[in-house]
Write a protein that binds this ligand. Structure first.
Ligand code: SF4
Length: 367
């Protein structure tokens, strides 16, 4: 895997900066302000993605702020320029989902992913702008999806990865009925400056326990575990070198004003004396394809690619991880050419070690 691909597999779009919640671990800098994406920005992106969609499956991920806070009418107007050429996804806190939103999702064939951190007691960080618990509203929104038979994925943030937590979470999400589950160990990034260092043994045991819970009832596609098992299988087959993409997916994030940040959506809206505002262009003045073609000229991206090369040379986990995310390097180290971060320790190294620990502890006994 070297350099950045000219064709992405998805684009992240910010229909509004606003979020109606105020979760304490949130990384977004402008979530109290309602800066909405004009339809011209969506139209400019739509005019570029036809070529990407022809190259393979292509998705538009509506992410916020809280994308439903843009309102149905405005979100519908932003979707319209894309026609039927792409898959639409929305990442939502679920609190605004009602019957009308479910009808909107069905009508526009939008795939839904909800953010919920497990049972009610584990959602203490998820609060309204007035500081009140948001769980009831989240649960009501998910219930509306279930009532309408709309399949959904779930994204769960874990602030305390340790034994005991994983089994509880997995049974909650089995009961919830999600099809796909992603587990994000909380990260220090954006305006969330909280420490994310945990005892190595706890994090490894958390992942090992999650694999065990999943293996007992694997009805959910468990994102991190499936990645790890695919990697372990490829190592055993001798095909691990083919697993990472040949080039990094550029993951363009288009902010409300049309500016484009590549590789890490979490960098959007930040400014640094050395790196400027991290943007690589604006779709209102430059076609997205052109922005991607010159991505490696953006100074911080050149530095990040050097960091990925340093990982390739130094880290035994590189074949699984691929160098992880730019934003974690920046928000933990203040630059991009470092290697290890607490994020990669928690979510790459210890994940793989947890899966291997589980495999070691459950080897069939010889007869
Ligand atoms: S695990 Fe960390 S050090 Fe290793 S390749 Fe990934 S980001 Fe780099």
């Amino acid at each position: 895997m070297r350099g950045i691909a000219a064709v992405p597999t998805y684009v992240v779009m910010q229909p509004t900066t606003l979020c109606n919640l105020d979760c304490s671990y949130c990384y977004l800098p402008f979530r109290a302000a309602d800066k909405r994406m004009p339809v011209e920005v969506a139209a400019a992106v739509a005019s570029s993605v036809g070529a990407f969609a022809r190259a393979g499956r292509f998705s538009v991920v509506w992410h916020g702020g809280e994308p439903l806070a843009a309102g149905r009418e405005h979100l519908g107007a932003l979707l319209a320029p894309f026609g039927g050429s792409v898959e639409h996804h929305v990442q939502t806190n679920a609190t605004l989902i009602d019957d009308a939103w479910c009808e909107f999702f069905a009508e526009h064939d939008v795939r839904v992913s909800v953010s919920v951190d497990g049972p009610e007691a584990r959602n203490g960080e998820r609060v309204t702008r007035g500081g009140k618990p948001a769980y009831d509203r989240i649960a009501r929104g998910i219930e509306a999806l279930r009532r309408h038979g709309i399949p959904f994925s779930a994204l769960c943030v874990v602030g305390d990865p340790r034994p005991g937590v994983a089994a509880e979470l997995y049974s909650y999400f089995l009961e919830l009925g999600c099809e796909v589950l992603g587990i994000n160990v909380e990260e220090r990034e954006g305006v969330n400056t909280r420490d994310n260092r945990h005892a190595a043994a706890d994090v490894t045991a958390f992942w090992a326990e999650l694999v065990g819970a999943w293996r007992r009832d694997p009805r959910i596609h468990l994102r991190e575990v499936e990645w790890s098992l695919r990697y372990a299988g490829a190592v055993l087959d001798g095909t691990a070198d083919d697993l990472l993409p040949r080039r990094l997916d550029p993951i363009p994030t288009v902010a409300h004003d049309g500016s484009v940040v590549l590789l890490s959506p979490e960098l959007a809206g930040f400014h640094d004396p050395r790196y400027g505002d991290f943007t690589s262009g604006n779709v209102l003045t430059t076609p997205l394809g052109e922005i991607l073609a010159t991505a490696a000229d953006t100074p911080w991206i050149a530095e990040f690619l050097r960091g990925v090369q340093a990982c390739r040379e130094a880290c035994p986990y590189f074949g699984f991880c691929g160098g992880a995310h730019a934003a974690n390097r920046y928000f933990e180290h203040g630059r991009f050419d470092m290697t290890e971060t607490d994020h990669c320790r928690n979510s790459k190294i210890r994940l793989l070690e947890g899966v291997l620990d589980h495999a070691r502890d459950h080897q069939p006994t010889a007869v």
